[in-house]
Ligand binder design. Structure first.
Ligand SMILES: [Zn+2]
Length: 425
């Protein structure tokens, strides 16, 4: 072990109390999303803390982004530390929003209590613990190696849990993730300290509507039921589409294994008259439904093309149409994300793998996420492809009651991140 690596690891080891305190301070600011509470308080507090440690700090409101309003402004922080010489820029990005508390907690979700080597609270694992880990790792690296080459950035961004438009997407549009500015990105999402996440599957959300003709429910033959038409669509999905998707296995290392293929979820279905208002005690009126809609969530793999994914559904609808007189439909696109997977040979991947081996004595697992996260914006808007997710915490605990993060796991990940900086800068 070189002297520099020993010095960096000693700095990390000396920062344990600071890492715990920083995580607790972040968790104690409840940045619930929706609606986006306390975003400004969090970035102002964190920005001041970073400035006091020598970082240049910018607070950026995503004015006009989806979700931004004067009542619930979308605030982000970018902190930057320039080394003594020119070199690459390594950027750590974490989202500062947390999801609702939900039921089933046995502890105060915003007290950040410590017990048995764990910190408990909403956002400990997803992902304020990860943000704190990256900051402490960067500061340990800087302390041990003040004349490093290049730049380190840390951002705490809004709204990842609701799509990231008021967070990473906004910063990417402003050029914060352009390849000229940033060369390597690490997102410390809770993916376990020995795993490197290279990317995610693609998404296509669409609303499908079938149409009919309204008539009296006692004489349905005078109308045309949009719900029965939709029933035929669902039957055709069961018969032909689900088996087709099950056969589309991917080479992407998606976890869990069930997601190592194309999948389709039907998020919702609605047909006929609206649900009665709460408190209404009467009967519904007898009508043939003239509209039925479903929202589909199709997740696709890197071997597939978005146009083909849409084409499969279109041709399914055409098959149903050919078999059913009077069948009319519309497909409306809602949202799409192209699958992304960083090359395992990229410098950020290789140096993280080497650091994991050094710290944990085992080779990392490479994984791909079944769902998307902020990497999509860095990849598509920022056009930066050297991006991974790597961070402490157990993914399954995210969004759960009694969420926690292990302090030793954060310390190990901080060692890994500090060594990655030593390698890249
Ligand atoms: Zn997260």
């Amino acid at each position: 072990m070189t002297d520099l690596i020993a010095a960096i690891l000693a700095e990390v080891a000396a920062s344990r109390a600071a890492l715990v305190a920083l995580t607790q301070d972040l968790v104690r600011i409840p940045t619930l999303n929706p609606p986006g509470r306390n975003y400004r308080e969090l970035v102002e507090w964190l920005g001041a803390r970073m400035q006091a440690h020598g970082w240049q700090v910018e607070l950026i409101r995503a004015t006009g982004a989806i979700g931004d309003s004067d009542t619930w402004p979308r605030w982000n922080m970018v902190a930057r530390f320039e080394g003594a010489r020119p070199g690459d820029c390594v950027h750590f990005n974490g989202h500062h929003d947390v999801v609702e508390v939900g039921h089933g907690w046995t502890r105060d979700p915003f007290a950040a209590e410590i017990e048995g080597g764990r910190i408990y609270g909403r956002g400990t694992c997803d992902m304020k613990g990860g943000i704190a880990t990256a900051i402490i790792a960067a500061e340990a690296f800087i302390a041990a190696n003040p004349d490093f080459a290049g730049t380190i950035e840390v951002s705490a961004t809004a709204d990842e849990e609701s799509g990231g438009y008021g967070g990473v997407a906004y910063l990417a549009e402003q050029g914060y993730f352009s390849p000229e500015r940033v060369q390597h990105v690490i997102i410390p999402e809770p993916l376990n300290k020995d795993r490197i996440c290279l990317g995610h599957r693609g998404v296509w959300w669409a609303e499908i509507e079938t149409r009919g003709r309204i008539a009296h429910g006692s004489m349905p033959f005078l109308g045309d039921s949009a719900i029965r038409h939709m029933g035929a669509v669902l039957e055709e999905m069961e018969r032909s589409l689900y088996p087709l998707l099950a056969g589309k296995r991917t080479e992407m290392p998606v976890v869990p294994d069930g997601a190592k293929q194309s999948t389709l979820n039907i998020n919702s279905i609605h047909g006929g008259e609206p649900e009665p208002e709460p408190g209404f005690t009467g009967f519904p009126a007898p009508c043939v439904a003239d509209r039925c809609t479903i929202v589909i969530d199709r997740r696709f793999v890197i071997e597939e093309d978005l146009a083909d994914v849409k084409g499969e559904v279109k041709s399914l609808m055409e098959r149903v149409k050919a078999a059913r007189p009077g069948f009319a439909y519309e497909i409306r696109d809602m949202h799409e994300v192209i699958p992304t997977m960083t090359d395992a040979g990229a410098a950020v991947v290789r140096s993280t793998a080497a650091a994991i081996e050094k710290v944990l004595g085992a080779r990392p697992d490479y994984v791909v996420s079944p769902g998307t996260y902020d990497q999509k914006h860095i990849d598509r808007i920022g056009r930066l492809h050297n991006c991974i997710a790597y961070g402490p915490g157990v993914l399954d605990l995210a969004h759960q009651p009694d969420e926690w993060i292990g302090i030793d796991d954060m310390m190990d990940s901080a060692r890994v991140m500090a060594l990655v900086l030593a390698e890249l800068l």
